[in-house]
Ligand binder design. Structure first.
Ligand code: KG4
Ligand code: ZN
Length: 351
């Protein structure tokens, strides 16, 4: 079965073709970053309008790259939530009506399930069960995964998501939107010993997170440095603050992931969502888990951030299990992942 995947939940238009037998045939992402950059964040109405402009050309492009035509599409998967409601409506309306016109089934996909399953697109796909760390702009969650649709939330952020904390801290430091990659680049030049930020909520039991304090800590550190520097800071100081922030987020995520693996008795960890593209996080998590006989799995960086491939793949999993949407579709800005129907039997034992 060949599934066309359409992702429009936020500021990236993603389209892909996934074949149940041959794997990922083609995928393309159009990023709206230049449109939103001058506002310092995503403007929902501009996002919706640009999805309208880009979705069809991207579908044509992906079909061309795969050497296929519309008639080769066996089903359509679209992101049905969570996300910006207007942006979701564009992809859902397009996906659902395209499927109707082609006379094929359609399925609405949960965006975070897409992220969670993205590592299974890779050759080194992990077996179930595993613990997933979902770290994106809107979510930070630790999930125990025993099968497709079998998700138990172990912990989550009580305030800002990890990506949101990156973005806000980057803004404080005067770095361009989107802040995560920009801050991470600047942090490369930073001295990790100059400032030390707290590791929030690691000194007590539990698997929840809180990142909003780190942004305040960054602001206070910046103010002090500015006062010492007579009103401004130099590039090195900015890099040192960025580095201290990144070290704190990475350390906190590593500590909580090791704890989640210990508490669940799992060995495998899957990292997914935009922040899992962070190089320091990938390296540090890999080393920490390897030292304890564990494994860290993550998709290639372009499949960490929003993309159509993860939606096509998650949709294929659901369609292959017989799921499909009626003509009525209902995008949801909010949608708890634990509400999803389980698809595959629960696998509790590690192989
Ligand atoms: O998954 P995603 O593309 O969209 C959402 O579903 O939110 O994640 C976007 C988030 C943004 O907050 C962005 O700053 C962050 O992921 N991000 C990063 C990196 N690349 C993207 N954060 C830290 N380091 C990166 N390299
Ligand atoms: Zn996402």
């Amino acid at each position: 079965m060949r599934v066309l995947g359409i992702e429009t939940s936020c500021d990236e238009t993603g389209v892909a073709l996934y074949d149940g037998e041959r794997g990922l045939l083609a995928h393309a992402v159009y990023s709206q970053i230049p449109i939103h950059a001058e506002y310092g964040g995503v403007v929902p109405e501009l996002a919706s309008r640009d999805h309208v402009r880009k979705a069809l050309p991207l579908i044509r492009q992906v079909l061309d790259e795969a050497g296929l035509t519309r008639e080769d599409i066996d089903a359509v998967a679209f992101t049905a939530g969570p996300g910006l409601i207007g942006a979701l409506l564009v992809g859902a309306a397009l996906g659902r009506s395209l499927a109707w016109a082609l006379g094929v089934p359609a399925v609405g996909v949960h965006h975070m399930e897409g992220h969670l399953l993205a590592p299974l697109l890779e050759d080194s796909a992990p077996d179930f069960p595993f613990v997933a760390l979902l770290v994106s702009g809107g979510h930070t969650q630790l999930v125990d995964v025993t099968g497709v649709g079998r998700y138990r939330i172990l912990g989550e952020s009580l305030d800002d998501a990890a990506g949101e904390a990156f973005d806000k801290t980057a803004k404080i430091l005067g770095l361009p939107y989107p802040g995560g990659p920009a801050l991470s680049r600047v942090a490369e030049q930073g001295d990790p010993t100059r400032y030390r930020f707290p590791r929030p909520m690691t000194d007590r039991p539990g698997l929840d997170f809180s990142f909003s304090g780190l942004k305040t800590f960054a602001l206070n550190t910046l103010r002090e440095a500015e006062a010492e520097g007579g009103g401004g800071i130099d590039a090195q100081t900015r890099a040192d603050i960025a580095r201290a922030f990144e070290e704190a987020v990475v350390d906190t995520l590593v500590i909580k992931c090791r704890r989640a693996l210990r508490e669940t008795g799992r060995r495998r960890l899957v990292l997914a969502g935009g922040v899992s593209a962070n190089r320091r996080l990938r390296a540090r998590m890999g080393e920490a888990l390897a030292a304890e006989g564990g494994e860290a799995h993550y998709p290639r960086p372009e499949l960490c951030t929003d993309n159509g491939a993860m939606i096509a793949y998650a949709g294929w999993q659901r369609l292959a299990a017989g799921a499909s949407e009626p003509l009525l579709f209902k995008p949801r800005a909010r949608w708890p992942m634990e509400a999803l129907a389980p698809l595959t039997p629960a696998i509790e034992t590690e192989m």
